[in-house]
Design a binder for this molecule. Structure first.
Ligand code: SF4
Ligand code: SF4
Length: 155
């Protein structure tokens, strides 16, 4: 995917439409393109705490922060989660704090840097909340070494 299509949508639809009532194009347009959900995470088995690493899914394009094969990604990464209103709640524990789906689910507004508000995907990178230029592909780091790449979420 080279960009998220945000054309032709009703102005500020996310402010009056519940997530459950959104059309597929509206739902897809909500993604801010930060790339943070495509990072590998480490979960502490005892505490359930989730640590973010900069080791990215093999399909993440570090320059655009988008999935390089989004429509057919499950052919390569079958475990990639398809986020929907029905499964957001069970995924909240690992979702990035600035994720638009998480914010709206929690009744919070989108940030001004969200492309739906700013009108450009570049604002996400300019705000310093994306993973552009910060990741390492997972095929370069063995899973045993992910711990050395734990990072704080850029917010
Ligand atoms: S964390 Fe949320 S907003 Fe960011 S890329 Fe993932 S789904 Fe999109
Ligand atoms: S398959 Fe694509 S959308 Fe899924 S985690 Fe990997 S880069 Fe992200």
């Amino acid at each position: 995917m080279s960009e998220i299509d945000r054309k032709g949508l009703s102005p500020r639809f996310w402010e009056h439409k519940p997530l459950k009532s959104m059309t597929q194009p509206e739902w897809e347009a909500l993604c801010d393109g930060c790339g943070k959900c495509c990072l590998n995470k480490l979960e502490d088995e005892e505490t359930g705490e989730v640590a973010l690493t900069r080791v990215a899914c093999r399909l993440l394009d570090d320059a655009t922060c988008l999935c390089a094969q989004y429509p057919i990604r499950h052919q390569f990464v079958p475990e990639c989660i398809v986020l929907k209103p029905s499964n957001i709640e069970s995924n909240l524990y690992w979702m990035p704090e600035t994720c638009a789906y998480k914010l709206l689910w929690n009744g919070e507004p989108l940030f001004d840097w969200h492309p739906l508000i700013s009108g450009t995907p570049e604002s996400v990178h300019a705000a310093g909340v994306s993973m552009r230029g910060l990741t390492i592909p997972e095929f370069e780091v063995g899973e045993d070494d992910w711990e050395e790449h734990i990072i704080a979420e850029p917010t």
